[in-house]
Design a binder for this molecule. Sequence first.
Ligand code: NDP
Length: 450
Amino acid sequence: MAFDFDLIVIGAGSGGVRASRISAGHGARVAVIEESRPGGTCVIRGCVPKKLLMYGSAFSADAADAAGYGWQVSVDGHDWPALIAAKDAELDRLEGIYRSLLKNAGVELIEGRGVVTGPNSVNVGDRELTAERILVATGGWPQIPDVPGLAKHAITSNEALDLAERPDSVLVYGAGYIAVEFASIFNGFGIETHLVYRADLPLRGFDQDIRSQCAEALAGRGIILHPGCTVERVEGENGRKAVTLSDGTVLAVSEIMAATGRVPNTAGLGLETAGVKLGRKGEVMVDAGSQSSVPSIYAVGDVTDRIALTPVAIAEGHALADTLYGGRPRQVSHDNVPSAVFTQPPIASVGMSEEQAAEAFDEITVYTSKFNAMKNALSGRTEKTFMKLIVETASDRVVGAHMLGPDAGEIMQGIGVAVVAGATKADFDATIGIHPTAAEEFVTMRTPRG
Ligand code: NDP
């Protein structure tokens, strides 16, 4: 049977664009369908705009630190609309780049909503397209818990990046990546920021020490933490939101942001009709080769609910394209994926938490270091940098590395290479430090924690 395309990709985000371009480069006839803007979550409403706002919000702390170095600087009078406009212009530029990348690769971009109508067919508007294979790369979307008034009054990360005016107070609900990052952004812009979360510490799943250091650091920066609390009710009053917490506190804020997790974007996509098995959260269930229960339908990225990180989606998309069209079958390892949380100060880690390592191995050795970064000596900032290495005692292999402190994300990328390569603690010890840096602490920790 002749198909219109070899591959139809639904979703022009990080994973979909990479899979499309590489497949086309290998000679496949590819179409990518996008209902919003090419670039997807990361470029349009995630990593990129978030990090631009994070850079913007960091200047207040930089200015405060500068005083200790003799500078008389102030960062009053922030022009919020100017920042949002500059950010939007950058996103337009990046969207343009994504469009040309697709065009130059020979991928046909079809704008509209794609709905799967069978193992080899997709409907877009009034067009019915056929392909030998379909790749679902539709990402995820914020979910809002069923709490009276919350969905009506809350913004999510989508809207938080586009606020027309700087709010004077924000309550962020949740304590995952998105919640703590946005709380840091708001706080850095001088906005009164409340972080409300049901657990005792932020960042469930992270190393316990990192979680407690994170709470300490966020509070130290001025974020008002409400651990062990849920939002019970939200009411609108005179343009403000009255938020009732489970401990009885009522907070009046200008914005409430729900950062309570994301769900895979499969609603109304027609996948069940085509026989594709979905999981509990609606995720496309795939095997290690990203193939769904229907052999001609594949999925990569957040929609599979494996690891919801851009570089993972890109790696999955690239591996799939090489496997299907490049004669180079391969799978992506989901072990030892480094990641960073762009709080202020940032957090980064690779490998196992102490808790996971204690479960996995008979014996582990843990090294920690908590110190005052040299820059603080003159700035007067009291915030501590924290680092941790987890070693499997029998093999001496470093199985986890964690950091909270300036440049954590930049530092962890290199440590990630070492951990992926299976470096031992002896290898770390044999590496000469770069002095004076904070990073050198990773190669100078000698005394195990008692
Ligand atoms: P997360 O799963 O990381 O966090 C969700 C948060 O919402 C948790 O604190 C969770 O609480 C809370 N929560 C969930 N359901 C409820 C509920 N019903 N009531 C109250 N609280 C609730 O999701 P995010 O949306 O923050 O991020 C999604 C993913 O996106 C991340 O896991 C990450 O993979 C990726 N991401 C990565 C970034 C980076 O690399 N820097 C940045 C942003 C996102 P609890 O812990 O108690 O379950």
